[in-house]
Design a protein around this ligand. Structure first.
Ligand SMILES: [Zn+2]
Length: 145
């Protein structure tokens, strides 16, 4: 961001990311089976959700994912409205030290965050997809897998 790390670290308490995904139309969404390769990626993500997050463990094999169809209600798009995917990183001593050090990679930051219990945006998206709120395809399109 072009700001000196020692100025930045004390000023930040939390870093939040948000992306919007389309919400599946409640009138026409239908149960789908994910292609095996996609399912493998989904499983990997769901299994890597931090235990510290407080999220209940989800068994990807038991999830009924939903997909878009299209009807009058949603202008044939299969989607209606949007929902937010979030990730929130709380600044703790470890993160502050890392920022002050000025040499933390995004990957390292993510590692600390996950240990802290952060659910990543992808994981949040897949949890929402597992509830049928959006589709895995949509999550993949917006935040990647
Ligand atoms: Zn519809």
């Amino acid at each position: 961001m072009g700001v000196a790390p020692h100025l930045l670290a004390p000023a930040i308490n939390a870093i939040m990311g948000q992306r919007l995904v389309r919400k599946l139309c409640d009138k026409c969404k239908k149960p789908i089976t994910l292609p095996p390769e996609l399912m493998t990626d989904v499983k990997k993500q769901l299994e890597s959700i931090s235990e510290a997050s407080g999220e209940a463990k989800v068994d990807a094999d038991k999830i009924q994912f939903m997909g878009p169809v299209g009807c009058e209600e949603c202008n044939k798009s299969g989607y209606k409205g949007r929902i937010g995917l979030y990730e929130i990183l709380i600044k703790d001593a470890e993160i502050e030290k890392a920022i002050l050090g000025g040499n933390i990679s995004e990957y390292a930051m993510r590692e600390v965050a996950t240990r802290q219990g952060m659910v990543t945006m992808v994981q949040d998206g897949l949890l929402k997809a597992s509830e049928g709120l959006t589709s895995v395809e949509e999550v993949k399109r917006i935040v990647g897998l």
